[in-house]
Design a protein around this ligand. Structure first.
Ligand SMILES: N[C@@H](CCC(=O)N[C@@H](CS)C(=O)NCC(=O)O)C(=O)O
Length: 245
């Protein structure tokens, strides 16, 4: 199996953690989506990561990919058995992908990290401020009523836990941390999920990805044991994306 997409993407991280939970081996082409070449665009028409290739199957979208993994490799389930719990897990995944993506990725991480680094333009400060003062607190108020005081959402760790926690890694890259006095359950829950064996090794790889130049990154990741594939669909120049058009 192959995954295309940077370790630093919350959606890629979600898929990789699910592969780890299921104990499935994979190779990764850790590209930044904005640098994807024509072959990348042919596989991912929205120019987004992650992309999964499993034999003759190519799939986009982290939720579609995780559902495929659950159906094709049922060994270690990602979703709870109870029908109502499964529905609630899918809702929390959707809330994370859409709303937390909007707040923590597009309004914070993209503005403060990606935009200056890739597009050499300054952040939209009004958007950043709205996210910090209104949108992120509203997300955290909601999560505080959803996550458990101990353990994980539905027994053992699964897709819903991972889907929620993954966004806080990117938020951390732009100096956002959860105020544990105001949202104690969420702060402790996110820390528990990120410390799990399915996620911890990934965080070490992304630390390398964020702290090395494109030229030296591949070797540094290989040296650290990242399962990189031999070929890549990463180009040299950034291209405008569907979201930015
Ligand atoms: N709904 C998609 C969202 C994926 C997504 O937005 N990925 C970002 C990286 S974090 C991306 O590829 N952005 C590039 C772009 O929009 O051009 C999923 O769950 O996979």
């Amino acid at each position: 199996m192959k995954i295309i997409g940077s370790y630093v993407s919350p959606y890629v991280r979600k898929v990789l953690a699910c592969l780890n939970l299921k104990g499935l081996a994979y190779e990764i082409d850790p590209i930044t989506p904005f640098f994807g070449d024509d072959a990348f665009e042919a596989m991912s028409p929205l120019r987004r990561i992650p992309v999964l290739i499993d034999g003759d199957l190519t799939l986009c979208d982290s939720s579609v990919i995780c559902q495929y993994l659950e159906d094709a490799y049922p060994g270690r389930p990602l979703l709870p058995a109870d029908v109502k719990d499964r529905a609630r897990a899918r809702w929390l995944e959707e809330f994370a992908d859409t709303r937390m993506g909007d707040v923590f990725i597009w309004s914070l991480f993209f503005q403060k990290f990606v935009q200056p680094a890739v597009w050499k333009t300054p952040p939209d400060e009004a958007r950043v401020q709205r996210a910090l003062t209104q949108d992120a607190p509203a997300v955290l108020d909601y999560l505080e009523g959803q996550v458990p005081a101990g353990g994980f959402l539905f027994g053992d760790i699964g897709l819903a836990d991972i889907s929620l926690a993954t966004f806080f890694v990117n938020a951390g890259y732009v100096s956002f941390s959860i105020d544990a006095a105001r949202w104690p359950r969420t702060a402790a829950f996110v820390a528990r999920v990120l410390e799990h064996d399915a996620l911890r090794p990934l965080l070490a790889f992304e630390k390398i990805q964020t702290s090395t130049s494109i030229a030296s990154r591949r070797q540094a990741l290989l040296d650290a044991g990242a399962p990189l594939c031999a070929d890549s669909v990463g180009g040299r120049e950034p291209r405008s994306s569907i979201m930015l058009a």
